[in-house]
Design a protein around this ligand. Structure first.
Ligand SMILES: [Zn+2]
Length: 448
């Protein structure tokens, strides 16, 4: 694939540590061709933005320090990951970093969060399922989302973007958590079903009440699924489309997933408009996305996303909540026991195999037990290469693709990840790296 997109090597780095060692940036620019950084402070979960008293005064998340019972890490001064820019953070390191990057002609992508976390700390602003219930905390480690359509959150995010542009002169952003929780949070797949989201859906041509009602009926019918039939689905090597169709002729599951994805894409488009209005038409706005195999389940329909943002990137190659090579296996780890409890007689091995099959992973020799899923080494390189191909297949090429390359494992793995991205004709990468690891820098410099 040959495109005219701008080639970028972006370093997903820590604001405070790079600000303390600014020489690193010139070295990486000259050594590997670093073009861009996306700094994030592990304390504030943004690039390290401060905010004006005026903005903080109307912030919906400013009382987080009084919520230690819901956010215990607040005792250590760690901000909760929420949408927008929360006040009271010292931006000295960020300002130092911005000065250095301006001198070196290195682009800076401002970073702030949106919706997929924070609902546990701010339950009054959290996502609800289609029955109006709060999300089950059992799946909390995958994120408890905020409602993306509550007006106070929508306005707050826009205000934060405008202020970051005005205070820091930024014109590029890569926002984080621009999604629903990871689909391994099975309950989140039923949200957000609140009236704000229903109203916004109606504005996009979806009848949320009808979708909720039909989704409820579909759940009742598929809840009566018998083992004999599920085993036949597995033995017949059914595709995801066949699986959904056979569980009910109504296409409501796909309609629901498209509706929730369309809502997020619309919010992203508005944010991009805000950024362009404040920073000019050349401004750049985008986000990381889930592994392409599970992106729709997480609220990101990639061919819509590329119409609403200026690039596609990812959080990490593997591991963590958003690792591209671990998205399906994380989902399988939660989905298999849920399937077994729904369908008496279904064995763990069969449930895992079914999920692998539905996501096109059944030829990858993945563990056939939950214990194996958590203990055994996964074929990360093969899975990652497949996800990169799906990224290319799912998009039209209208925006540049910068897949996430976690360049911190074995050298062989780093080489393989870089090769997968370069061979697929992507436009660069979002790098996680240790700038002192010369062997890894050699691999990157040799790839791009
Ligand atoms: Zn909602």
């Amino acid at each position: 694939m040959t495109t005219s997109h701008r080639r970028r090597l972006i370093w997903f780095c820590q604001t405070e540590s790079v600000a303390a060692q600014p020489d690193t940036l010139a070295r990486l620019r000259d050594r590997i061709g670093l073009t861009t950084i996306m700094p994030e402070s592990p304390v504030s979960h943004t690039s390290g933005f401060s905010s004006s008293a005026e903005l903080a005064a109307r912030g919906p998340f400013e009382d987080w320090r009084e919520r230690e019972h819901l956010w215990p890490r607040g005792r250590d001064g760690i901000f909760p990951p929420v949408a927008g820019i929360v006040g009271g953070f010292d931006d000295t390191p960020l300002r130092r970093l911005l000065d250095t990057c301006a001198r070196l002609d290195i682009e800076v992508w401002g970073h702030l969060g949106l919706w997929s976390y924070g609902g546990d700390v701010f339950p009054e602003l959290a996502m609800r399922d289609i029955y109006g219930r709060a999300l089950d905390p059992r799946y909390g480690r995958w994120g408890t989302g905020l409602c993306p359509n509550r007006p106070e959150i929508v306005e707050w995010v826009h205000d934060g973007l405008r202020e970051a542009i005005a205070r820091y002169g930024l014109s590029s952003f890569c926002v984080d958590h621009a999604r629903y929780p990871a689909p391994a949070n099975l309950h989140s797949l039923l949200g957000c079903g609140c009236p704000h989201c229903a109203g916004a859906a109606s504005g996009l041509g979806y009848d949320a009440d009808s979708i909720h009602a039909r989704l409820h009926r579909w759940r009742q019918e598929s809840g009566r699924l018998k083992y004999r039939r599920l085993r036949a689905l597995l033995a017949s090597r059914a595709s995801l489309g066949e699986f959904l169709y056979w569980l009910g002729a109504d296409d409501v599951v796909i309609e629901w997933l498209r509706c929730r994805a369309a809502l997020l894409a619309a919010r992203m488009r508005e944010c991009r408009d805000v950024v362009r209005q404040a920073a000019g038409p050349e401004a750049v706005f985008g986000s990381d996305v889930f592994a392409p195999s599970i992106a729709l389940l997480g609220g990101q329909q990639l061919n819509q996303w590329e119409q609403s943002t200026d690039f596609l990137t990812g959080g990490s190659s593997y591991g963590g909540v958003v690792g591209w090579a671990s998205g399906v296996t994380h989902l399988a780890g939660e989905g298999a026991p849920a399937l077994c409890s729904l369908v008496p007689g279904l064995e763990e091995r069969e449930a895992l195999q079914l999920i692998y099959r539905l996501f096109g992973y059944d030829d990858l020799d993945l563990p056939d037990t939950l214990e194996g899923l958590s203990n055994q080494a996964l074929p990360v390189e093969a899975i990652y290469a497949r996800e990169i191909q799906r990224l290319v297949a799912a998009t039209s090429g209208v925006v540049p693709l910068y897949p996430p390359v976690s360049a911190q494992g074995s050298l062989e793995r780093v080489e393989s990840l870089c090769r997968a991205v370069a061979d697929a004709g992507c436009d660069g990468a979002m790098l996680g790296l240790n700038p002192e690891d010369e062997a890894v820098l050699d691999v990157i410099a040799g790839t791009w």
